[in-house]
Design a protein around this ligand. Structure first.
Ligand code: FES
Length: 167
């Protein structure tokens, strides 16, 4: 069945009428033509579809668009433009943080959110010790980025880019 969904995507109000089974990823890609977010697995295992919803990263293939009614969504297209890149996008270019580029949008959205999580003191859900205060060390960043796979294996350059932005 169809449902009306209102989202704010990259600062713009979007009113959609969607099949209730439409994922946020398909709503972005197929209905809003924001194809920067990629579909790698469509089942929450690769991170290529990572976007930010209300400031938190999410695998957009794992949530239905209707569940995000009223949410603010930021995709790679909203982070920056080729003329005016986000610092994380600049760092990925500078450090060659990609090879084929398929995972890059998800890597960058995740990386921006990871630095926000650490800054806000949000514990990593994958860390063994939930009471451990978040830190800026590269092993913690690597752990928090572990949901974003890169089949080309550009991990060391991706880490270089993120740690440069982390400062
Ligand atoms: Fe969503 Fe792989 S496409 S996690």
């Amino acid at each position: 069945s169809l449902a009306k969904v209102s989202l704010k995507v990259n600062g713009k109000a979007c009113d959609l009428e969607l099949d209730t089974r439409t994922t946020l990823l398909d709503a972005l890609r197929e209905h809003l033509h924001l194809t920067g977010s990629k579909k790698g697995c469509d089942q929450g295992q690769c991170g290529a579809c990572t976007v930010m919803v209300n400031g938190r990263r999410i695998n957009s293939c794992l949530t239905l668009a209707v569940m995000q009614q009223g949410s603010e969504v930021t995709t790679i297209e909203g982070l920056g433009t080729p003329e005016n890149m986000h610092p994380m996008q600049e760092a990925f270019v500078k450090c060659d943080g990609y090879q084929c580029g398929y995972c890059t949008s998800g890597q960058i959205c995740s990386a921006v959110a990871v630095l926000g999580e650490i800054k806000e003191g949000i514990p990593s859900h994958v860390t063994e010790d939930l009471m451990k205060p978040p830190s800026w060390d590269s092993s913690e960043i690597r752990e928090r980025m572990s949901g974003n796979l890169c089949r080309c294996g550009a991990y060391s350059n991706i880490m270089e880019a993120i740690t440069q932005v982390a400062g």
